[in-house]
Design a protein around this ligand. Structure first.
Ligand SMILES: CCCCC/C=C\C/C=C\C/C=C\C/C=C\C/C=C\CCCCC(=O)SCCNC(=O)CCNC(=O)[C@H](O)C(C)(C)COP(=O)(O)OP(=O)(O)OC[C@H]1O[C@@H](n2cnc3c(N)ncnc32)[C@H](O)[C@@H]1OP(=O)(O)O
Ligand SMILES: Cc1cc2nc3c(=O)[nH]c(=O)nc-3n(C[C@H](O)[C@H](O)[C@H](O)COP(=O)(O)OP(=O)(O)OC[C@H]3O[C@@H](n4cnc5c(N)ncnc54)[C@H](O)[C@@H]3O)c2cc1C
Length: 621
């Protein structure tokens, strides 16, 4: 069981639920129907949680994968952001008050941070929470048009609670961004409470099943006890106290979701797209390879393998990296809870970097899978459009990807600067303290160690050069901020190189840990292909300083091509190993039984445009 861990029993339970397995086809619904259908599923999911005693987050996740295939429901922000923020930032009393209600879904919440005018620049947010010691209330207000909260999932119609990020003001002094628990709607009528103007922000690229919303505060009072007070408190008389704390603790919810997105969004999305494209390529026959011979499966064309097998390797790599990212998150978060905050900057950097790197790669990879399916890939029946719009949202939400790469680069520059001053780095950046060999050890054997070393060399060189370029820009008279901006393209590339190395290293370590020799050999081939494609696609980075020469690049190309043939016999098995049920794929092309054409025909006949009583029919008659 390379992948599933304890998931299967919960998936089977979920699949037994008629409402999840069958029902109306998503592709034939309007946006409102999609939203309503998702709400029906949410309610059924909640009933199932009670019936099957599902309390654990991980167990619920397996269930959700079947209940809400390739879409985010309003439960996403509730269980992924609202509850974790309550738990991480609330005092014991506050946790006791709200978490049980939230876990039983008696209240539904979301995370309300982004505004019309600012998403990225959190310090630029304008919503205010002004403490009034007379009434012992915080008065929430949206002072400008741009301060209207915009985007939070579930805010439009569903949620009756939210955690609002707002600037805390006491006696005219700004204490910065703090989280507040706010009741938004009446628990009886579900109407917005007086003082709040709220609704849905309208149709989007995807996310039809979520009511992303807006919220304007008009001097709206909430009790003093509603500021989350684990790390800082406002006393009745307006005294502000805080434990010795990193002010970035209030950004904790973002780190959590970024850490989860690598596996949940990028890893799952790309693995599903590869499953569909590779299964379909084994069913689809087209053209001639040899005269008068049967048409071959399109998967036998080398060009098709060249499109898909690197993506398959990438899907495995992102999956493994996502699992590792979760482990790191929980490990460092536990350290932080015990007061050891030393690794917070590294956690922030690696979760930001990997979230950006993997969602960008997955988004690009899913689109390539679609193209590899020819005409039928363009049909909604392929399931790929839905997977794509869901996954590509991950490039923007929870920190826009370029911005996240720059956060990662900022940490790398700090570490590299420290190394220059004699400090020893550790964890994911320990290689920056090593002497990096300038001689490439790659031979035609392409050991995983030598491949990982090549990526290490590239990352270390690009980080060094980015740092030196930054210093040069400053030395030539630019201020630090302008120097940063003038260097920012180079910095994002250095961050990508760091994440790329990290991913290759994780894949290598998984291969080394596998005991079954047969599985190990197959995974080694995939890992080699991942690394070789990475070298070829970024060959400039590897030859720029003479690390790799032309002869070696030729070897890289030869090995890449020979790996395609070696992987071909196992390709379908390798996607079957992800063990996605048809319900989770939502694709006729990717059906497990391979019965594609018959089902495409059935599906087309059901499309609403074919209904005889349709207005179009009358207009055309
Ligand atoms: C096995 C069990 C598994 C259980 C899993 C269960 C559940 C999971 C459920 C869900 C999750 C999974 C998947 C999700 C699926 C679907 C998602 C559904 C819906 C989508 C939700 C989307 C929600 C949102 O988008 S919320 C809004 C998010 N907004 C952002 O991300 C804004 C981005 N901007 C920022 O983060 C920052 O403002 C900034 C860009 C970093 C600001 O930069 P700057 O101004 O430079 O920074 P600042 O001055 O504030 O900081 C200086 C200093 O601090 C460091 N820093 C910055 N941020 C952090 C941080 N977060 N932590 C630590 N340190 C930080 C920064 O680097 C600087 O450091 P230094 O000075 O250089 O040392
Ligand atoms: C599907 C979806 C769900 C969401 N859910 C929620 C939610 O539940 N709660 C919530 O609060 N928010 C939510 N958001 C909002 C989301 O978090 C923000 O949209 C996101 O953080 C990006 O911020 P922005 O929109 O301000 O982008 P912008 O910052 O305006 O980005 C536009 C461009 O400017 C560039 N840019 C901006 N700043 C810099 C910089 N410093 N350096 C270089 N380039 C820069 C970016 O790279 C990008 O190319 C959601 C968004 C989406 C799409």
């Amino acid at each position: 069981m390379l992948f599933k861990g304890g998931g299967l029993p919960h998936e089977s339970l979920a699949l037994q639920e008629k409402l999840f397995g069958a029902g109306p086809d998503y592709n034939f619904m309007t946006r409102i129907e999609r939203f309503k259908n998702s709400l029906v599923r949410v309610q059924h999911f909640i009933r199932c949680c009670a019936r099957y005693n599902l309390h654990d987050h991980a167990d619920k996740k397996w269930f959700e994968g079947v209940a809400f295939p390739n879409e985010v429901s309003v439960l996403g922000p509730h269980s992924g952001m609202f509850i974790p923020t309550l738990k991480e930032q609330g005092s014991e009393e506050q946790i006791q008050k709200w978490v049980p209600q939230a876990e039983k879904h008696q209240i539904m919440g979301t995370y309300i941070q982004t505004e019309l005018g600012h998403g990225t620049f959190v310090r630029g947010l304008e919503t205010t929470a002004t403490y009034d010691p007379k009434t012992e209330e915080f008065i929430l207000n949206s002072p400008t048009l741009t301060s209207i909260k915009w985007w939070p999932g579930g805010l439009g119609r569903t949620c009756n609670f939210g955690i609002v990020m707002a600037l805390l003001y006491i006696d005219g002094k700004n204490y910065g961004m703090h989280p507040f628990v706010v009741q938004l709607r009446s628990l009886k009528t579900h109407e917005p409470l007086p003082g709040l103007t709220m609704g849905d922000i309208g149709p989007k690229f995807g996310f039809d099943t979520v009511d992303n919303g807006y919220l304007q505060f008009n001097h709206f009072g909430i009790p003093r006890e509603n500021m989350l007070m684990k790390y800082c408190q406002v006393l009745k008389n307006g005294t502000y106290t805080k434990q010795t704390r990193n002010p970035k603790f209030s950004y904790g919810a973002m780190i959590f979701v970024r850490s989860m997105v690598v596996y949940e969004v990028a890893g799952q999305g790309l693995a599903k797209a590869c499953t569909i494209a590779i299964r379909y390529s084994a069913i689809r026959r087209q053209s001639e390879l040899k005269k008068s011979r049967p048409e071959p499966q399109i998967l036998d064309y080398q060009t098709q393998q060249y499109k898909l097998f690197p993506l398959l390797a990438l899907a495995y790599a992102v999956w493994f990296t996502g699992v590792r990212m979760k482990e790191i998150y929980f490990m460092v978060n536990n350290e932080i809870k015990q007061g050891h905050t030393e690794r917070l900057p590294e956690l922030h950097a690696i979760s930001s970097g990997l979230k950006a790197f993997t969602t960008s790669m997955a988004s690009w990879g899913i689109e390539r899978c679609r193209l590899a399916c020819g005409g039928h890939g363009y049909s909604a029946a392929s399931g790929l459009p839905k997977i794509y719009v869901n996954a590509t949202g991950g490039c923007t939400y929870e920190g826009e990807n370029t911005v996240m790469l720059l956060q990662c680069a900022r940490f790398l520059m700090n570490i590299y600067g420290g190394v220059k001053n004699g400090r020893r780095p550790s964890g994911s950046v320990n290689y920056l303290g090593e002497r990096i060999s300038s001689r490439c050890t790659l031979t035609s054997e392409f050991t995983l160690k030598s491949l990982a070393d090549a990526f290490k060399h590239r990352a270390a060189r690009m980080i060094k050069e980015a740092s030196e370029r930054l210093n040069r820009l400053q030395a030539s008279g630019n201020d630090p901020e302008d120097s940063w901006n003038l260097n920012s393209v180079v910095l994002t590339k250095a961050a990508e190189a760091h994440c790329h190395y990290y991913m290759v290293l994780v894949f290598e370590s998984v291969v080394e840990s596998v005991e079954d020799n047969c599985v190990k050999d197959i995974l080694r081939q995939l890992c080699q292909l991942l690394a070789l494609c990475g070298i070829q696609e970024n060959s400039g980075d590897f030859i720029q300083d003479g690390f790799l020469n032309n002869d070696q690049l030729e070897l890289v190309k030869q090995k890449q091509l020979s790996l395609l043939s070696e992987i071909r016999p196992n390709a379908v098995l390798l996607v079957d190993a992800f063990e996605f049920h048809d319900v989770q794929l939502g694709s006729i092309l990717g059906r497990f039984d391979g019965n594609v054409y018959e089902n495409l025909f059935k599906w087309a006949k059901k499309t609403p445009l074919n209904k005889p009583e349709d207005l179009i029919h009358r207009l055309l008659r």
